[in-house]
Design a protein around this ligand. Structure first.
Ligand code: ATP
Length: 265
């Protein structure tokens, strides 16, 4: 039986999460998040252990939420009938990116395209395009195990893009990239985000400032701030720690959020 492909009538947002919760035993990693994402490049910032990777995994349908509701491309994420159809329209670079070391770059990206059930005739051209897009055209025939860490990371971006996804989820994509490649990736994200919903988790505020249209700061599984990069940069003062306006804004907003949380207890 073929799965329905037509867009759902209520597809206002690419992603819409309501009271989204993820528990690991007694620990709450994602604590009742209400978040919506449309087209654009959306940054996720937050301290270690804030819940960013957990959230990304749930948005990528790689792990289930334990509470609340999540709609991806207009479909309830828990609906098994739609899962395959939704996954075909997602791209995901996990924080720990697994690959087959003996595959060449081209073989690996084509393999991911095949997993995404792309039409066989489209796969070689699509793989070549995304490999060139991450500037690895000269390495397409090289085995994955011969690449540097930063090159492997760029293959990770390429495999996430190969199916021309409507939702692109990148968990710390600039880790390991040299400055030139970082600048290139940010430009690529801006370009993709013009039409697509791109969510980027990062610890680098420079990435946020250069690539993102808006930002969500996550702390202990909750949204500490959601707004534009300008609002983030304007939130800090000279007294806040940080080497840039965005870093000072991040420090200030996190502090304000934690004060509110303590006061509410
Ligand atoms: N598989 C797991 N089992 C138990 N606890 C987990 C598991 N994965 C994550 N956690 C916990 O959930 C919380 C959120 O972790 P998560 O990896 O989502 O944070 P993060 O914001 O991505 O952190 P980082 O910036 O360090 O990557 C942490 O307290 C972490 O210890």
């Amino acid at each position: 039986m073929s799965l329905p492909e037509q867009p759902a009538p209520d597809q206002a947002w690419h992603i819409s999460a309501s009271s989204l919760t993820v528990r690991y035993g007694r620990r709450i990693a994602v604590d009742g998040l209400d978040l919506t994402f449309g087209a654009g490049v959306h940054g996720l910032l937050g301290p270690n252990g804030a819940g960013k990777t957990t959230l990304m995994r749930v948005l990528a349908t790689a792990s289930p939420a334990t509470g609340g509701s999540l709609r991806i491309l207009g479909r309830p994420s828990g609906d098994r009938h739609h899962l395959r159809a939704v996954r075909r329209r997602l791209g995901y670079l996990p924080q720990r990116f697994g690959y087959y070391a003996r595959f060449t770059v081209r073989e690996f990206v084509e393999y991911v395209a095949w997993l995404k059930e792309m039409p066989a005739a489209d796969i070689p051209g699509a793989a070549q395009r995304v490999i060139e897009r991450v500037q690895l055209g000269d390495r397409a025939g090289h085995r994955m195990r011969t690449l540097s860490g930063g090159m492997v990371q760029r293959v990770g971006v390429a495999q996430a893009l190969v199916n021309d996804p409507e939702v692109l989820l990148l968990d710390e994509p600039t880790v390991g990239l040299d400055p030139e490649q970082r600048v290139h990736l940010r430009a690529l994200l801006r370009d993709v985000g013009a039409q697509t919903c791109v969510i980027v988790s990062t610890h680098l505020v420079e990435d946020i400032a250069a690539a993102c249209s808006d930002v969500a700061i996550i702390d202990e599984g909750r949204v500490a701030f959601r707004g534009s990069v300008d609002q983030l940069a304007a939130a800090g003062s000279r007294e806040d720690s940080g080497d840039s306006a965005v870093e000072r804004g991040y420090t200030a907003l996190l502090r304000q959020h934690r004060t509110r949380v303590v006061a509410a207890r």
